[in-house]
Design a binder for this molecule. Structure first.
Ligand code: X2W
Length: 287
């Protein structure tokens, strides 16, 4: 409805849209892979807001791919089934019973929740896992971890087919092995990096619940090269959970991804802020 309304600065809203033009032009036709972690999914509002940003990206001509996690949701069901679980170097030790729960939770519950949220915002989404069309084929990462997979072969044509149809792919990090009866649990960041690498994506956005990569003084470093990252890992500035994330970033860049951004998914409209404003958010790693 058209009306006079002085409660909000509508002129500023129009200006914001106008200022986004160069960014909209830059990203038109770009491939952007977004890793949406279980911790970032929080409540229904956070999910709806994330879905809205993804639908907006698609609407302005970006080809987004959502790769999700769901660690906390897997923990919940394992607990209800009295199955104990532990992590080694950030990855879940995965036996046969666990991999069944992982597949049910990720490809069922979590994947479909995200698909529904995107549909609810007016987008078109299709959920798949690494098993669909052999998107991601894995081998065992480390015998100590059981059925944890390391991607060895990617077949991303199905994602390109979905882009052409205007459909947003939502990928659960579960994969098949060279033996088609095998199922592997893949770390969500690893899966997102492998998919972004195979697509030679323009951007990989790793949504986390920290503000980005910090220097020794605790300030977020807004831009880094792979050399900077290696130096910061070697001298201990990058530590803990940030190590696998930055390593994923380096591997993705090696495969041809143009830039990887580690951003705080708790910031409202984090993806839009990163892509369509001059401010960006979090830490950009690029050659
Ligand atoms: C993860 C897969 C889910 C995931 C797991 O079992 O929890 C491995 O650890 P977040 O929410 O992104 O942490 N897989 C091998 O990565 O979830």
């Amino acid at each position: 409805m058209r009306r006079q309304n002085m409660d909000r600065d509508w002129i500023a809203t129009a200006r914001t849209l106008s200022e986004a033009l160069p960014y909209l032009q830059r990203y038109a036709g770009a491939i952007v892979v977004v890793k949406f972690g279980g911790n970032a999914m929080g409540d229904a509002d956070a999910m709806a807001e994330f879905a809205r940003d993804i639908v907006l990206m698609r609407q302005v001509g970006v080809n987004p791919v959502v790769v999700h996690g769901g660690g906390p949701m897997i923990n919940d069901l394992l607990k209800r089934l009295n199955i104990e679980s532990r992590f080694v170097r950030g990855k879940r030790v995965t036996d046969q019973a666990t991999v069944e729960v992982v597949e049910m939770v990720l490809t069922g519950l979590v994947n479909k929740r995200i698909v529904q949220a995107i549909m609810d915002e007016g987008g078109r989404a299709v959920g798949l896992s690494g098993k669909d069309d052999d998107l991601m084929v894995c081998e065992a990462d480390d015998p100590e971890l059981g059925f944890v997979g390391r991607p060895i072969e990617m077949n991303v044509q199905v994602l390109r087919d979905l882009f052409t149809a205007g459909i947003i792919p939502v990928v659960a990090p579960v994969a098949t092995g060279m033996d088609p009866l095998e199922t592997f649990n893949v770390n969500g960041d690893t899966a997102a990096g492998a998919i972004a690498g195979a697509l030679k994506a323009d951007r990989l956005l790793l949504l986390t619940d920290v503000t980005g990569v910090k220097n020794k003084d605790g300030d977020v470093v807004t831009e880094m090269t792979p050399d900077d990252v290696n130096r910061m890992i070697a001298d201990g500035t990058i530590a803990g959970g940030m190590i696998p994330k930055t390593e994923t970033a380096l591997q993705a860049i090696e495969k041809g991804v143009r830039g990887v951004v580690i951003i705080d998914g708790r910031v409202p409209n984090a993806c839009l802020l990163e892509l369509f404003t001059e401010h960006g958010s979090g830490s950009l790693i690029r050659p």
